[in-house]
Ligand binder design. Structure first.
Ligand code: SF4
Ligand code: SF4
Length: 218
């Protein structure tokens, strides 16, 4: 899931100015993160109207990053969108850009910051788990990812700075290398732990590629 958090309202208000605005949320990740689900969109409508902004309408896309679904769903909102000068999107950066493709003549305002691909720990607690590196290596690390979860992305860790099982960079998070050690020990796979990993082949990362078709392999 893409984890996001709301931008500061004052910053958004500054960009929105006094123009009429159409509000867009997302039924998926932004709903689970409480950044752009139905209740956040309705709350935002109230906040904007309390500041005398004209909200021409609102919709929760299903999800905001689905271009074809958006085209279909937004057909019923054409008039409300037409009355707006700005489109305020409470979704991840991916969703915002999908919406932007549909409204070239409108100012698009992002209401959230996308943080990472992560795990839902509790209702409002999320942890980074993946950086979409394009060549998953977790089977070499007891099912855990040192690229996204070690502050130094060490493939041959640990770095030696961990104290009491916590990361030296941020003691709020567990040292993933300590966890990798424990997991592999439990599985009786210390042979994997002692293997030297070669430098990662970043050419497999799709970071700089524009798109793929579902079903593509490396
Ligand atoms: S190795 Fe790469 S694809 Fe696998 S979890 Fe880590 S960042 Fe994600
Ligand atoms: S303490 Fe652990 S998680 Fe933190 S940087 Fe060092 S090896 Fe990585």
């Amino acid at each position: 899931m893409i984890i996001s958090r709301p931008k500061k309202l004052d910053d958004c208000l500054q960009i929105l100015g006094s123009d009429p605005v159409f509000l867009i949320g997302c039924s998926d990740c932004a709903t689970i993160c409480h950044t752009g689900g139905e209740s956040e969109i309705l709350e935002m409508k109230k906040l904007l109207e309390a500041r005398n902004l004209h909200v021409t309408g609102l919709v929760i896309l299903d999800p905001a990053c689905h271009l074809q679904n958006n085209k279909r769903l937004l057909k019923s909102f054409e008039q409300q969108v037409a009355r707006a000068k700005k489109i305020f999107v409470l979704a991840c950066g991916n969703g915002v850009q999908t919406v932007a493709e549909l409204f070239e003549d409108k100012d698009i305002v992002a209401g959230s910051d996308s943080l990472f691909i992560g795990e839902i720990k509790r209702l409002t607690e999320f942890e980074k788990r993946c950086m979409a590196c394009g060549d998953c290596l977790v089977d070499s690390y007891g099912g855990l990812c040192p690229i996204s979860r070690c502050a130094k992305s060490m493939l041959n860790g640990p770095c030696g700075g961990s104290r009491g099982g916590r990361c030296e960079i941020n003691p709020d998070i567990a040292c993933v290398w300590e966890q990798i050690y424990r997991f592999l020990m439990k599985k009786g796979r210390m042979d994997i732990f002692h293997r030297i990993q070669p430098p990662k082949d970043w050419s497999k990362s799709l970071e700089m590629q524009r798109s793929i078709h579902c079903g593509n392999t490396k």
